[in-house]
Design a protein around this ligand. Structure first.
Ligand SMILES: [Zn+2]
Length: 350
């Protein structure tokens, strides 16, 4: 692929870094130079407090080294696998699986990573593959490791799509998400990262046609969160589950354990042959790939119900809830206690 990308040195609160500012269509060097001034003026208006120290139109091939690593798991179907690690110093926040799907007329992106930089890296990976317009960014849910890299795709002209409750829930948490991520990852890693909301909300189902390739989006009841959305690429038979399915990485409950189990029990109705989990560095066969998450949640629910029936307080129960469910999960001790707490609070009132 060819074309030029605008790279600007943006300074925010005294911290400067090179940022890729995408245009809706791939540009020649002349078009890039001509549009640079307008694009940057627009940014200055919409984002007061930032200054631009330098800008340059860079050939796309010179930016290949900054592109996210992706694997083409089926023709036109690309996955970037996030790392299974804790959030903390030294991490660039690359935790969630993200990717993109290319039709004959357009591209759809699924999730955007934790930071502006990760969103840019995914954008550059797309531009290494195709000149087609990036028409949609689909957010599988509001969590920061999936959603905070989104604004680069809005700049690139994509419509942001999420489940019905996404904007409400993401707005409520926007400030704490940014503050927490600044603290955990550092202001330099988070440079340029802002929260943007979806342009289109899905209450039930939505079909997106990328040109001879239809994606089926389904919004689910409250489960991992209250705004989980799955994406089924009929052509490759691949289901993007977002965090309804975890592999390797211990599941994290931020919605309803009862709802999540129900949703997982119904996911086999979607006629996919393989799935991409929200976390876990693999594509797995469907519906078998849903099993580890279901086994963990089912086991945890049984234990929590038993503790409540025995009259155990949450504090006492937390000493043993999850025992025997560790399996091969990574980060079990980081996530299990919070899951057990959330499940207890929910099931106490059954
Ligand atoms: Zn999540």
């Amino acid at each position: 692929m060819s074309g030029f990308e605008l790279v600007a040195t943006l300074c925010l609160a005294g911290l400067c870094a090179a940022r890729v500012i995408p245009a809706p269509v791939p540009q020649s060097e002349d078009a890039c130079t001509a549009s640079a001034k307008t694009i940057l003026e627009n940014r200055r208006e919409t984002r007061p407090g930032s200054t631009i120290d330098a800008m340059d139109c860079v050939p796309l091939e010179d930016l290949a080294g900054k592109a996210a690593a992706v694997i083409e798991t089926a023709p036109g179907h690309f996955v970037h696998f996030g790392q299974v690690e804790t959030m903390g110093p030294g991490s660039v926040g690359d935790f969630a699986n993200t990717g993109f799907i290319i039709g004959t007329e357009a591209v759809a992106v699924i999730d955007a990573g934790t930071t502006r930089a990760l969103g840019e890296a995914l954008y550059l990976a797309i531009r290494q593959q195709t000149d087609l317009p990036i028409k949609w960014l689909i957010l599988t849910h509001m969590h920061p490791d999936h959603a905070l890299g989104a604004d680069v795709f809005q700049e690139a002209g994509a419509e942001l799509v999420g489940a019905q409750a996404l904007n409400r829930s993401l707005s409520l948490r926007a400030d704490p998400y940014l503050t927490n991520m600044d603290r955990l990852l550092g202001a330099d890693v988070m440079h340029g990262t802002t929260v943007v909301l979806a342009d289109r909300l899905v209450s039930d189902r939505l079909h997106l046609d990328l040109g001879d390739r239809v994606l089926e989006l389904v919004a689910h009841e409250i489960a991992h969160t209250d705004n989980d959305l799955t994406v089924f690429d009929q052509q490759s038979g691949t289901l993007w589950t977002g965090d309804l399915v975890f592999l390797e990485h211990t599941p994290a409950l931020d919605g309803s354990i009862n709802g999540w189990i129900r949703v997982l029990e119904n996911l086999p109705d979607i006629p996919a042959t393989q799935l991409v989990p929200g976390h876990g560095r693999m594509v797995h066969s469907h519906p078998e790939g849903t099993q580890p998450t279901l086994v963990y949640l089912g086991g945890l629910r049984d234990q929590v119900r038993e503790a409540i029936a025995n009259g155990e307080s949450l504090n006492t129960a937390l000493r043993h809830l999850g025992l025997g469910l560790e399996s091969k999960w990574h980060l079990f001790n980081e996530f299990n206690p919070r899951n057990a707490t959330n499940a207890y609070v929910e099931l106490e009132w059954e």
